[in-house]
Design a protein around this ligand. Structure first.
Ligand SMILES: Cc1cc2nc3c(=O)[nH]c(=O)nc-3n(C[C@H](O)[C@H](O)[C@H](O)COP(=O)(O)OP(=O)(O)OC[C@H]3O[C@@H](n4cnc5c(N)ncnc54)[C@H](O)[C@@H]3O)c2cc1C
Length: 330
């Protein structure tokens, strides 16, 4: 019995206490953490991936974003670096997909490691995993297949295949073309991305566009990727050689897991009221994970929603305080 009680207290002591838990470290979660810190909230942030940054960091790190207020343009990576820079006082757990949220009398327990007085869900498109190249291959071949590209200069002088035809594929191909010979392989003749990017790629001498082709087989031969492509609607195979392959087929993600926490959804997104509160008192949501009439999936809008949510959380947690709204007064 004594041993059990001792164990119980050990468990309780292990659980750290916070004013606010932010679930999801994309741009909106990161900015929310910064704003929460300005208000003096003790905050913890979780992200399911090995690093924070969400879609800009993972899907379009090199794209020049042109609709962030006060910047002519800023790349996905620069934006995320700037947002991370301000978070020295936030406790951050990466590689941690939050699974369980349990309601307590005076707050919530998150995955049995954190006790929190409030929650802000900023899971965006959801805990995403890249869609894999659907071909069987051995480990050595697998090592040449990339789903995230952080350092394009390391491919200098090589031939890199980019598989996919959406915005991410086009952005990656353009960035890689600064260093490498690029072959874009897409199963349709039309791309699902900015026409200006398609035009630019078509104008580059070191870029070859292979459409409509589907990869059928890939293996490593003489230190190169040997790829067989099938032309759509035909039986014949075309063979290409690559040094590296980048797969930009998009990501599998969903937010339905929040349903088991008792949160009301509309489709795959969370319903919120005008203070960004969900149907559960103390649980708020902001960014791409939420929906309401007229919402658009843009970063700047998510930043504003984060400010609304954090202000409402402050009012919930510290009703006795006269709330300071402007950062200059903190
Ligand atoms: C190719 C492309 C180009 C775009 N260009 C622009 C643009 O030019 N301008 C613009 O404003 N917007 C643009 N967007 C949209 C923009 O990226 C999104 O609006 C923005 O990323 C939403 O931010 P978020 O923080 O809400 O979500 P996300 O960026 O999706 O981040 C969510 C984070 O939550 C984490 N997460 C999810 N589930 C869990 C869990 N259970 N536990 C822990 N962590 C979890 C994920 O790993 C992720 O890091 C673009 C999107 C794409 C795909």
């Amino acid at each position: 019995m004594l041993k059990l009680i001792h164990h119980y207290f050990e468990e309780v002591i292990k659980i750290k206490k916070f004013d606010l838990t932010i679930i999801g470290g994309g741009p909106v979660g990161l900015f929310a953490a910064q704003f929460a810190h300005l208000h003096g909230l003790k905050t913890v942030l979780f992200d399911s991936l090995s690093e924070t940054g969400g879609q800009p960091q993972m899907l379009y790190p090199f794209k020049k974003i042109k609709d962030i207020p006060a910047y002519d343009s800023i790349t996905g990576t620069e934006l995320i670096d700037n947002l991370r820079h301000n978070l020295t006082d936030t406790t951050i757990f990466t590689n941690h997909k939050v699974e369980n949220v349990t309601k307590q009398k005076d707050g919530f327990i998150i995955d049995d490691i954190v006790a929190s007085r409030s929650i802000l869900i900023t899971t965006g498109a959801g805990a995403f995993k890249p869609k894999a190249l659907p071909l069987s291959m051995d480990d050595d071949t697998q090592k040449r297949i990339h789903y995230f590209i952080k350092d394009p200069p390391k491919f200098v002088g090589q031939t890199v295949g980019v598989f996919g035809g959406g915005d991410s594929a086009l952005d990656l191909a353009l960035e890689l073309a600064n260093y490498a010979n690029v072959k874009i392989i897409h199963r349709r003749n039309q791309f699902r991305g900015l026409e200006s990017n398609v035009k630019k790629l078509k104008s580059l001498k070191n870029v070859e566009i292979l459409t409509p082709y589907l990869p059928k087989q890939i293996n490593l031969v003489d230190n190169q990727l040997n790829v067989n492509l099938k032309e759509m609607g035909k039986d014949s195979l075309t063979n290409i050689k690559l040094d590296q392959a980048v797969v930009a087929y998009g990501f599998k993600a969903n937010n339905r897991f929040v349903k088991k926490w008792g949160i009301d959804l509309a489709g795959a997104q969370i319903k919120v009221n005008s203070t960004m509160q969900t149907n559960i008192a103390g649980v708020y949501a902001a960014g791409d994970v939420v929906t309401y009439p007229g919402r658009v999936p843009l970063i700047a809008l998510g930043f504003g929603e984060a400010q609304i949510a954090i202000t409402a959380i402050m009012r919930d947690l510290f009703p006795e305080k006269t709330l300071t709204i402007h950062s200059t007064s903190f």
